[in-house]
Design a protein around this ligand. Structure first.
Ligand SMILES: *[C@@H]1O[C@H](CO)[C@@H](O)[C@H](O)[C@H]1NC(C)=O
Ligand SMILES: *[C@@H]1O[C@H](CO)[C@@H](O)[C@H](O)[C@H]1NC(C)=O
Ligand SMILES: *[C@@H]1O[C@H](CO)[C@@H](O)[C@H](O)[C@H]1NC(C)=O
Ligand SMILES: *[C@@H]1O[C@H](CO)[C@@H](O)[C@H](O)[C@H]1NC(C)=O
Ligand SMILES: *[C@@H]1O[C@H](CO)[C@@H](O)[C@H](O)[C@H]1NC(C)=O
Length: 862
């Protein structure tokens, strides 16, 4: 942290912030620092408790499952907590200071759906007072979201003449952020729902035959529609194009008679207000004259706009399905095309009809844009049906996609199929329900429905088809405030949810619970220039919000503290050589260390320089200070409970376990060691160390073998000085030996091996050791090892005989050897005697006096 601040200061000095403007500079540093702190806080968000990181009341209640404590006496600890995990809190917040708002739903208007009745025409029901607001909102906001089911019971029918297709109609919902809340809404298609059909016809010359057909079919249209709904109205209007070049020829002659048998051209004429009088419809259609124009596209958009927005003139009813049938055989002009005729004023989307039903702004305002049409269609819940001929159907199909609730039907060349077309389109429109809402992006609204399949799965869709009169479709609407809007006024929203094409709405008055009351001026726990904040800040919900310049938990710090170098040195432990600011585990704020909090609530860093903590003490078996019953950890040292000692409190203080058992008046560790941690540590003498569990074995002296010998003998073999059973039973009570075939020493038990010969010259061995309860345990050989009995005279005679035999054998050998030797000597004497005869032959050393030589080169006779 310190390095970061130095860095910032360096950057600021590069930026040449004037040194006199300390204040500004400090603000900058502060804001950068706080950003860093916030970033660090964000890192800790992954900690198990999401509430901990919320430092303000509104942040806290915007986190699901968290509650805020605004108790003025709460102290400096974190005030945002999880009520469900309250036991984890060190300090408990008094009930009356907990701010933990609930989601509250209240029903303001809940009229019953209109039931399908047989043969009922018009309203005629009796007026029953509407069922309002007595809805019991008994839901909880706890885990996983909550929901409210609207039971149908108890409600009353709608008032006379009013048809209700949507239930409920108005709700008030207080909702916390990031908590999903479900409400249920029902939609039904009522019988005899009013239908308004306004027929808008292109009356350019090419539509002449269509007009004839329509006037002929007018009655049939009315009867067909009346079969679908008894409450049916029909209206009529026609259009050509703007009476401006180049759309229409403006030659004076052409203005009067643009073509053979044509009337003067006009933009849009509203001929017949919506009415039940269907004869009038046929009449009006017949009366209407076709006219002529120049270009192929027509000015239908002007007419659609006027037919939509002139609600009163057209006679659209408030509660009705509104159909606008637009029939043409040509494409359309739209915004921008007016420039050709020198018209640049954009369409204002307002009704401009003269007394006799003509559109007055036709030559002064441009055509409306597609989006303008769409907007007004949506606003007025109108279904536009484009009844167009084959040549232009593709372009109108494109257009219908961009206009809400619009559809396209293919018209025969002479409009002979117009009745079927309208009937089909109407049935398709009315059998489909498609929900829309206008919530802002801060609120997420999701629709789920099974449509008409009660056994089916809930599907995330806002649309259902194939609905017939009387069917009831239930929508589950999941609302969630994704993000609290910054602007306080935006915390209140009126959300309209309605099916396309129907002027019935579920209105939800949504209040987002984004703020705490105690953060608003006027509250008891809101104080400006509060003493608790050193008169330098606003006290809000238990914490201080400092005025610019001041900072610190109680606004006790002033900016001068930040720049003064003293700040840093005050946070460094000076007596340590390489100490860092707040021991590197905290932040130096206002000459004081604010130590980091740990993710685990069991761990704490504290001390003036954050030099202490309560989690880094010695451990034993993985437990800090051998666990809480042995001792507590404070600043690196274990503080042991009374009966424990040692660096990790793992040693028991009592020395009871260091006395050898069975020894009266014995000493600790037999007087040859010290008792440490309940275990003997034996001393070492020049002869070697003492050993044994109680240091009872000295290096030179004997062990306790002899002490137990007599008892082992009498108990195991019934021999020895105590072989009398009574003596044995009386004197040997300390142990009963267990027997084993072979005795081996188990070093781990500190077993000591003893072996003795008894009076029968038999050898017996046993081991003794002290078990965990310090009782002597003895394991003895099952049988003694006794020597075999021998016959002594036999051995003596045998030995004598052996000696005699060996002596004789030696004598014989000697005799033999001397005899052989004598014989050899004699034989040699005989031989030498024979060789003593002298040889009279030639004297070996005599040499003749003559000698003979041969000439080697002489080849003749020699
Ligand atoms: C829809 O109905 C309400 C009253 O129920 C009415 O005030 C409103 O003008 C109607 N909207 C349209 C577009 O007719
Ligand atoms: C939704 O539409 C209604 C009526 O047009 C309007 O009063 C309301 O403010 C709109 N709601 C939002 C969130 O825009
Ligand atoms: C209703 O839903 C179930 C399960 O999704 C499906 O098996 C069944 O065919 C559906 N019935 C109709 C009439 O759609
Ligand atoms: C450490 O201190 C915190 C706060 O005082 C306490 O809740 C926790 O139990 C302590 N941990 C240990 C191991 O003593
Ligand atoms: C047996 O114990 C008695 C006293 O309990 C003692 O007088 C006697 O000498 C003991 N006998 C032997 C052989 O140790």
């Amino acid at each position: 942290m310190m390095e970061i601040r130095q860095q910032i200061l360096r950057i600021l000095s590069i930026m040449e912030v004037p040194t006199t403007k300390y204040f500004l500079r400090n603000c900058l540093i502060l804001s950068i620092l706080s950003t860093i702190v916030i970033a660090q806080v964000a890192q800790r968000l992954s900690s198990p408790n999401p509430c901990m990181s919320n430092g303000k009341c509104h942040e806290c209640i915007q986190t699901p499952g968290c509650a805020w404590c605004y108790d003025p006496n709460f102290g400096d600890g974190p005030r945002c907590f999880q009520p469900s995990l309250e036991y984890q809190q060190q300090k408990k917040c008094p009930e009356e200071f907990v701010n933990n708002p609930d989601n509250i739903l209240s029903v303001l208007k809940n009229l019953e759906l209109t039931k399908a009745r047989k043969g009922a025409i018009g309203g005629g029901g009796t007026l029953v007072s509407g069922f309002e607001g007595s809805y019991n909102a008994s839901e909880s906001w706890s885990a996983g979201g909550s929901e409210t089911v609207f039971g149908g019971g108890g409600g009353a029918g709608a008032g006379a003449g009013q048809i209700v297709q949507l239930q409920p109609q108005r709700l008030k919902l207080q909702l916390r952020a990031r908590q999903s809340y479900s409400i249920y809404m029902k939609y039904t298609q009522a019988e005899d729902y009013p239908v308004d059909l306004y027929y808008l016809m292109d009356l350019s010359k090419s539509m002449y035959d269509d007009k004839e057909k329509l006037s002929y079919l007018g009655d049939k249209l009315a009867t067909t529609m009346k079969k679908l709904t008894s409450n049916f109205r029909l209206g009529f209007g026609s259009f050509v194009d703007k009476v401006v070049m180049p759309y229409v020829s403006t030659l004076p002659e052409n203005l009067r008679h643009p073509c053979e048998g044509c009337a003067a051209p006009y933009g849009y004429k509203h001929a017949m207000r919506l009415s039940t009088n269907t004869q009038q419809f046929s009449q009006m259609v017949k009366q209407a004259n076709v006219s002529g124009n120049l270009d192929a596209p027509e000015g239908g958009f002007d007419a659609i706009m006027q037919a939509i927005v002139c609600r009163h003139q057209i006679g659209w009813r408030e509660q009705a399905r509104r159909l606008l049938v637009f029939s043409t055989d040509a494409s359309f002009h739209y915004a921008g095309d007016g420039k050709l005729g020198g018209i640049v004023k954009p369409n204002d989307g307002i009704c401009h009809l003269s007394e006799d039903g003509f559109y007055t702004e036709s030559s002064y305002q441009d055509y409306p844009s597609i989006e303008q049409i769409n907007l007004n269609v949506k606003k007025n819940s109108i279904n536009v049906i484009f009844a167009v001929t084959k040549s232009t159907i593709e372009i109108y199909e494109q257009l219908a996609k961009t206009i809400e609730g619009a559809s396209v039907g293919k018209l025969e060349g002479d409009s002979s199929n117009i009745v079927t077309l309208i009937k089909e389109q109407y049935e398709q429109i009315s059998s489909t329900v498609h929900m829309k809402h206008n919530a802002s992006s801060a609120v997420s609204i999701k629709f789920f429905t099974r449509c008409l399949n009660d056994s089916g799965a809930l599907v995330n869709t806002d649309k259902c088809g194939n609905i017939k009169v009387g069917d009831v479709v239930t929508f589950k609407i999941d609302l969630e405030v994704l993000k609290c809007p910054k602007n306080r006024a935006d915390h209140f929203q009126t959300i309209h949810i309605h099916p396309i094409g129907i002027n019935e709405t579920l209105i939800i008055d949504l209040e987002m619970l984004c703020e705490c009351d105690c953060e608003k001026p006027g509250d008891k726990y809101y104080k400006e220039y509060a003493a608790a904040c050193s008169n330098m800040g606003i006290y809000k919900c238990g914490i201080c919000e400092c005025y610019p310049g001041a900072y610190g938990p109680h606004c006790e710090c002033l900016p001068d503290d930040l720049t003064a170098n003293a700040t840093t040195t005050d946070c460094i432990q000076r007596n340590l050589p390489n100490a860092v600011e707040c021991s590197g585990r905290g932040q130096c704020v206002c000459k004081k260390c604010i130590c980091e909090t740990r993710a685990s609530e069991n761990e704490r860093i504290y001390g003036r320089f954050c030099e202490c903590d309560n989690f880094s003490c010695d451990r034993h078996d993985g437990k800090l200070c051998s666990g809480p019953d042995h001792g507590t950890c404070d600043c690196g040292t274990c503080h042991c409970k009374e009966e424990w000692e040692g660096p990790n409190c793992g040693c028991i203080k009592s020395k009871a376990t260091c006395y050898a058992p069975g020894v009266v008046d014995g000493k600790i560790c037999s007087g040859h060691g010290t008792c440490q941690c309940g275990v003997c540590k034996c001393e070492t003498t020049p002869d070697g160390p003492y050993s044994g569990k109680f240091c009872e074995r000295c290096p030179t002296c004997s062990d306790r073998c002899i002490e137990f010998r007599d008892c082992v003998q009498c108990q195991q073999y019934h021999t020895g000085p105590l072989k009398n059973p009574e003596d044995c039973a009386k004197n040997c009570t300390a142990f009963t030996p267990s027997s084993a075939d072979e005795i081996t020493v188990n070093e781990a038990n500190n077993e000591i091996l003893c072996a003795y010969y008894d009076e029968d010259e038999c050898r017996f061995t046993y081991v003794y050791f002290f078990d965990n309860e310090n009782k002597i345990q003895v394991r003895a050989q099952k049988e003694r090892e006794c020597p075999e009995k021998v016959y002594v005279p036999g051995i003596v005679l045998g030995v004598i005989a052996a000696i005699v035999l060996i002596g004789m054998a030696v004598l014989l050998l000697w005799k033999l050897l001397t005899t052989i030797h004598d014989r050899r000597e004699f034989a040699r004497f005989e031989k030498e005697k024979m060789m003593a005869k002298w040889d009279t032959g030639e004297n070996p050393i005599y040499k003749q006096a003559t000698s003979t030589f041969k000439n080697p080169t002489y080849a003749g006779k020699g």
